[in-house]
Design a binder for this molecule. Sequence first.
Ligand code: ARG
Ligand code: ASP
Length: 707
Amino acid sequence: MKRILIALLIAVFSVPTFADEGMWIPMLLKRNEADMQQKGMKISADDIYSINQACLKDAIVLFGSGCTGEFVSDQGLLFTNHHCGYSFIARNSTLEHNYLANGFWAKSFEEEIPCVGLTVTRLVRMEDVTEQVLKGVEDKMSEAERENVIAANIKAVTKKATEGTHYSAIIKPFYYGNQYFMYVNEVFTDVRMVGTPPSNIGKFGGDTDNWMWPRHTGDFSVFRVYAGKDNKPADYSADNVPYKPLQHLTISLKGVEENDFTFVFGYPGTTNRYATSQAVDLAANVTNPVRIDLRTIRLNHYNNAMNQDAAQRLKYSSKVASIANGWKKWQGESLGINRLDGVEKKQEFEKRFQQWANNNPMYKDVLPSMEKNYAILKSIELNNTYFNEAVRASDFMGRAATLLTLANTTNDSLIEARKNAFIKHNETYFKDFDKHSIVDRAIFIETFTYMCKAGFGGFVANKDVDIATIEEMLGKIYDKSVLTSEKNIMKLLANYKAKDAKKILKDPAVELYQLAYENLLPASSRKEYSKVTKEINRLYRLYVKGMMEMDANNVSFPDANLTLRVAYGHVKGFAPKDGVYYKPYTTLEGIIEKENPDIYDYVVEPRLKELYNTRDYGQYANAKGELPVAFIATNHTTGGNSGSPVLNANGELIGLNFDRCWEGTMSDLLFDPNYCRNITLDIRYCLFIIDKYAGATNLINELTISK
Ligand code: ARG
Ligand code: ASP
């Protein structure tokens, strides 16, 4: 009796403490509540997530399919990052109305611009559905049988959850299928662009500063969600009205100091917290280096072109942003993993696991099997990498792939549709082809040549063939293909019918693409790949379960999977290398320091300069009279967390998460509190730009600001 009582007392009174690492499930946040409060939080877990009352969760949305946004007014006004709104800002821009370059501010609802294809998803509620999903699943089942049972269960459960509502539901596996949660969502399809700073604010520092600290990027944009008159989601219509969210965030202008508590509430995409040593080695030392090299080639050519004129800058900027983003992150990731001896640390853990598992028939073979499967995966993964990063690097090969699809199409109406789409693409494609073909041709030739020299392009030339010869061969293919002659391709397509497929298949570019595909990703290895990845997934399910049984502390939060999570930590500087200490916040001073009118990424707007010269910061200055721009903290975040609200101890909005520090980008695999920092745009800089810089007081008036 006494023992039970003591156990109970411990359970009630001991506060479990967690490391900075972790992306927690909002519904289960009660478990972290005491820890969060001890670390400084003044609100309760129920204030963050509850199905019984309006809570912060109602203000957070999935923006598009890979970012986070948050409601900041009772009229559906939404903040997210500039880089999250980027493709929509770009799509709405022309050289005459270049919102990317000059910014855009709607002064009334009428001026807001619809964004075709943009959705905003709000979580209505979540539920642990593990039992229902695993009903009928037995240990002795094959993976295929298991999957079938699970798929059928998922279908039934989601159907029941949404019947008679306008909601949609999605069920996602956690801990590799040891647990399942259902998310019931409301999806809005009428979303309009309201405001964006010019790129030299919203993307200040560009790809040079991307993933870096100290940072001075005003990375925000403003949208509005519209709904039908009943406040329910409705497709775009002029009659739609601003959506009234159940909750919108209160903004605090008080700012934060080093060591203050903060939390991030949003949609982290993918992490691999429980990856084995082989997985970590594969990423850090095998695929990352190849991807980095191949992207360097592309970036050199695009950057060169972008520096020539504004038209080419507009043409390539979206593409370059995305190529450069991964390119730089992988560099930091590989460095970080090796700095931490990540592979060795994983191996040490695996040794301990194996010792434990040796007495446990269920888990004994897990790690040895992992090793075998990863060995097979490694070679296929490298081929995949070459296919995606070399073969598919140029528009030339991308178009060859599309043409090949057309040649393989037999249904007449599909042929018509695909042909017409291609003809339409030609119109824009050939507009400034003289310039573009120089860039694209060079990318095609260099990436293929790199692949040949690395021994992966044997279908073009062997490793030992000299570079000039390979380049010449490739150059001929480029110049002879119909794809690079508007006249010839139009001739081929004008009266194209199924019987003309031969003509397409004879084209040297299409031939090359097909050859590359068959050599790098033959049917046999595609089959093997799907088998191996399924098996690896099954092994992880066991591995993670085993880890838990071995010691519950081995397993903390479930990997990110683009579901709503809470990460919390403190504002904190760090020492990236010997002799250097990074302070936790930046100010407008730093923008002026970085200013360089000759470098596109560091041009400072005259209007911003003016405000700086007069120190006209109004209510947005900190106690020292500085204008804060960004700050860093120990919150564990990843891709998808961009645009996430960063909140203070009272749950008030103090900034927008937009990046991580380069030295800590290995956090998807290994979190190190000494190096891993998320980067947040200080909300005071965001409001300063809207208010003082743009004069969009109509937006400021909509916000709820606590001073
Ligand atoms: N690194 C940030 C993230 O992963 C921002 C990317 C967009 N910015 C850029 N300069 N490419 O999304
Ligand atoms: N910049 C990332 C995003 O777009 C955030 C990150 O990877 O830290 O979600």
